[in-house]
Ligand binder design. Sequence first.
Ligand SMILES: [Fe+2]
Length: 290
Amino acid sequence: MSPGAKALTFSEATSSDAFAERFSGGRDDNLAQLIAAVVTHVHDLIKQFRPTKDEWRSVIEFLTEVGHASDERRQEWVLLSDLIGASALVEEINSRRPKGATPNTIRGPFFRADAPERAQGASISLDGKGTPLFFSGRVQDLDGLPIAGAEVITWQANAEGIYENQQPDLQPEHNLRGLFRTDAEGRFHYRSVMPGGYGVPDDGPVGRLLSAAGYPLRRPAHLHFVVRAKDFEPITTHLYDAGDPHLAEDALFGVRPELIRPFEAVREGQDARSVDFTFVMVRARTGRGT
Ligand SMILES: [Fe+2]
């Protein structure tokens, strides 16, 4: 607003315009527009639901609790973003891929960048607890040509649905984690155990609010992968067992039809399972892989 110009009078009808006029100050970048849009939506919500002052205070108290529950080890704001589908939506908007390419899903909080490199066929289950699982993977491009030398990092929960870095005193360091490299045919394979599904944390303000509303806080069992290859867009994704009864109610909205495969019995009557999956990568637009 130019100096000396008359500011809009604040009222229910003009509230978001009055904010935008004061806030913009000539800025027109993406972040300024996002903030103005958030405020407009908040004003619209207040006009629609017309909360009492006490009700509005309880909203502020909830957000305060979310902040207090967050520290270096726990990020309650990320949990909130994940559980309302905001993280999945940002991921979707930023990684739209051609048909046939493996879609990205959220990385989640249990990734470790220092997964040890393991030989083809090695087991990532260092304590050997659980139903054996044999994984065979292939990495290829959109034309079906193999990508040799791709780096595949995998991590998963144990049979109880708990990640190694959630219980460092009970599970061996780097249990159920590994880095594999694809061979000349783009293939890799390893041994593991069947992962267990798990509940997202419900001991903080976000979990308490959503579980009080009867919102499902479960994640179906899954394997996590990050796949990297020179000149290709990296893939961050999950693989789900077609037999999991909770596929339709994933708390983090990570399940997609392309990421579901049957974890089949190796032999009839035996517990051991096997699954194979082909990761399809897209060439990086810049021509530089990571
Ligand atoms: Fe997970």
